[in-house]
Design a protein around this ligand. Structure first.
Ligand SMILES: Cc1ncc(CN)c(N)n1
Length: 217
């Protein structure tokens, strides 16, 4: 069994919880409170900047020039493609100034960064994989159940449920499997632990947006 197949089995309960979250259900049927979506997008704008930088660090640490190129392209995609999606929603919903980074977003981006800087490159690759894979799975799931007419969140759904994003995700999974093949069993376990932690943070990211999470002080 490939590393990715085993790793997905580990996070299956988290994924099943994610697709039942009110944020996801309401996004799919188009009833999600716009303030919650705006909050999510504002936090996601922070997230994407750190995510893109983190991908660039993985690129710099990559074992081969081909993997280096793949991760630098992922980094570019996070900024160019996903930021375009944010910008169009910010315009549509008239979002001006940026919010401070929320506690959950802060935790997630610093978790990613410290993992990528402090651990071997394959563990860093596993830590960013849920950002690809869970979004693809959630995008595909929402495509099946979505309200087809007048859903204000259709562009978000089509971005992550689309074929273009799907190709990136396939590549990211394949690169993790290639990396895992070169690792020891202990290192593969570290990869899985990073994948599980980041998946749990994906859950918390949507949960925090639904609750409009704020710093206590
Ligand atoms: C929090 C989060 N995780 C993942 C993605 C998809 N790159 C995203 N836009 N935001």
């Amino acid at each position: 069994m490939k590393w990715s197949e085993k790793a997905w089995q580990e996070i299956l309960p988290v994924y099943k919880d994610i697709i039942q979250m009110p944020f996801i259900i309401e996004l799919a049927n188009g009833t999600l409170d716009i303030e919650k979506f705006k909050y999510y997008m504002q936090q996601d704008a922070h997230y994407l900047e750190y995510f893109a930088r983190t991908l660039a660090v993985i690129s710099a640490k990559a074992q081969s020039v081909d993997t280096m190129l793949d991760f630098i392209r992922f980094s570019e995609g996070a900024i160019v493609v996903e930021r375009a999606l944010h910008d169009s929603y910010f315009k549509q919903f008239n979002v001006g100034e940026r919010m401070p980074v929320s506690p959950t977003c802060h935790h997630y981006v610093h978790y990613m960064q410290s993992t990528v800087y402090m651990q071997q490159v394959e563990v860093g690759m596993a830590a960013v994989l849920p950002c690809f894979w869970i979004y693809k799975k959630v995008g595909d799931y929402i495509l099946q159940i979505q309200a087809k007419e007048n859903n204000p969140y259709a562009d978000w759904i089509n971005t992550y449920g689309g074929e273009e994003f799907g190709n990136l995700v396939e590549k990211a999974i394949m690169l993790c499997d290639e990396g895992a093949d070169k690792c020891t069993e202990t290192q593969r376990k570290q990869m899985t632990a990073a994948f599980v932690d980041a998946s749990r943070l994906e859950y918390l990211f949507w949960d925090s947006a639904y609750k409009l999470e704020k710093w206590k002080r």
